[in-house]
Design a protein around this ligand. Structure first.
Ligand code: NAD
Length: 495
């Protein structure tokens, strides 16, 4: 076992006082209620964070509103891109500190925090920074009749929507926060972001680094707290857009609240029940090699991770054997233990939910491997394979967001398409095959915002990401985000 020692800077930060970051400064209200941050690796309280009061939320939105109409609004697209690149440099320079904050609050392995969460946050920020100078409208020539020789021209402008409220989940607190910050700031919007109450730490430091990067005070604010804080942000009349990532039930409530507030623009990145399909021609070892990290990285707590595995009946036994062999005996360990192969679930509530799933699976006698808690005091469980009892098995229906993969055999392509689409969700899906012609015929028939072939759960800033059906509204990344963070203004001129 080789456990990473917390940097002195991280220890100091955790000791607090901690609260929110508003108008360029840390804010800790003396009268505020504080909530605890628990390290899922050992169930110890590692920090206390003051929950933002209604008055502080008002100040945060006011600061974002002032910057939108003031300093950030007056910043040229080129200077916005430069500032975002400087923020990327500072995140990179402080990445070990930020990775440690993520790992101790979310249970994410330090490898994953360093090489995925932090490294990718930097990549995404630099990608978005490049867009700042490329957000343009179009010109048109109207066909209006000309009675007296007059002529017409028209053009569109892409104008920043204004103050954005970002609300984020606990699984990739820093990276998902950076997606929202980068999208908003690139387009010229300002933002007030509310991280999950389970992982309220790392975005506070990102906001501080933004000020060091020369991003004006008030442009990026972080308010901490539970659902109430998110709700008050959505209801605020100066918030013009809500960008939410989280569960389906909360997302539906957020969408309704945003519509009620003032038809506030909304992007919803929600959960899924993502299918992966292993076709008859697969190389079993190669497919299993790809499916395992896609499914069990961060203990399965990734929105696009496969939870349903459809395997051609001819390969069912071989796939189950190979998966079981690879999953049995993985060494669980603390998120800061560099040699651990599997970490804890992110919080107690989620751990108890997953243990409930295990009891159900055991009672139904469908466990192929795993489905047990591991010795504590942290929230450790075994990676789990289940065999589905038919297409309507509840384990093929509800999102678990944990290390549980449920397997069902299929016989032909028509049945496969029916099974993959048999879900109210449509976030991600994958096909595993060397038959390119078959894959190209299946791709248009699968209802998913992202469809991977011979890979799964990979995101890239250039490739739009978001959900079909009940998995969300809107798209992040690529150029698609621009539509969500700008208003299209049409201008017509007679001359
Ligand atoms: P959650 O819905 O419980 O919470 C998300 C955020 O919403 C938190 O910050 C929470 O405090 C806040 N919130 C709760 N009630 C609210 C309310 N009434 N008004 C406003 N805000 C409120 O989700 P979670 O448990 O933190 O995250 C796990 C879920 O997130 C999973 O379903 C997962 O699939 C989803 N997710 C989706 C994506 C994606 O890009 N599609 C990415 C990561 C996670």
């Amino acid at each position: 076992m080789s456990e990473v020692q917390l940097l002195p800077r991280v220890r100091e930060f955790l000791a607090g006082p901690l609260g929110s970051f508003v108008d360029g400064q840390y804010q800790v209200e003396p009268e505020a209620q504080a909530f605890e941050v628990v390290n899922p690796s050992d169930a110890e309280v590692i920090a206390r964070v003051a929950e933002a009061s209604e008055a502080l939320i008002q100040r945060a939105v006011a600061a974002a509103h002032a910057s939108f109409h003031g300093s950030w609004g007056a910043t040229s697209p080129y200077a916005r891109g430069v500032a975002l690149n400087r923020l990327a440099d500072l995140i990179e320079a402080n990445s070990e500190e930020l990775a440690q904050l993520e790992s101790v609050s979310s249970g994410k392995s330090i490898h994953l925090s360093r090489h995925l969460e932090l490294a990718q946050s930097v990549v995404f920020l630099r990608y978005f920074a490049g867009w700042a100078t490329k957000i343009n409208g179009e010109t048109m020539t109207p066909s209006l009749p000309s009675m007296h020789g007059e002529q017409y021209t028209a053009f569109t402008r892409r104008e920043a929507v204004g103050v954005v409220a970002g609300i984020t989940p606990w699984n990739f607190s820093l990276m998902i926060g950076v997606w929202k910050i980068a999208s908003a700031l690139t387009c010229g919007c300002t933002i007030v972001i509310k991280p999950s109450e389970f992982t309220p730490l790392s975005l506070l430091r990102v906001a501080e680094l933004a000020v060091q990067a020369g991003i004006p005070a008030g442009t990026l604010n972080v308010v901490n707290g539970r659902g109430r804080v998110g709700q008050q942000l959505i209801d605020h009349p100066q918030v013009r857009k809500v960008s939410f990532t989280g569960s389906v039930p909360t997302g539906v409530a957020v969408g309704k609240a945003a519509m009620n507030a003032n038809l506030t623009r909304v992007t919803l990145e929600l959960g899924g029940k993502n299918p992966a399909a292993l076709l008859a021609d697969i190389d079993v070892e190669a497919a299993v090699e790809g499916i395992l990290p896609a499914t069990f990285t961060h203990q399965g707590q990734i929105c696009a991770a496969p939870e349903r595995l459809y395997v051609h009946r001819s390969k069912l036994q071989a796939v189950c054997d190979a998966l079981k062999a690879r999953l049995t005996g993985l060494r669980a360990g603390n998120a800061l233990d560099e040699s651990a192969q599997f970490g804890p679930l992110a919080n107690k509530t989620h751990y108890e939910k997953i243990l409930g799933c295990f009891s159900t699976a055991q009672a139904r006698q469908q466990v192929l491997c795993g489905a047990r808690a591991l010795p504590g005091p942290g929230y450790f469980v075994e990676p789990t394979l289940l065999l589905a009892q038919g297409a309507d098995d509840p384990f093929l229906k509800d999102e678990h967001f944990g290390p549980i993969l449920c397997i069902l055999p299929f016989d032909d392509d028509e049945e496969l398409v029916r099974l993959m689409n048999d879900s109210p969700f449509g976030l991600g899906a994958s096909l595993w095959t060397n038959d390119l012609s078959k894959a190209l015929r299946l791709i248009p028939r699968i209802e998913a915002g992202t469809l991977w072939v011979n890979m799964h759960t990979f995101l890239d800033p250039a490739v739009p990401f978001g959900g079909m059906k009940g998995s969300g509204v809107g798209r992040e990344f690529g150029s698609a985000f621009i539509e969500d963070y700008t208003e299209l203004k049409s201008v017509m001129i007679r001359f």
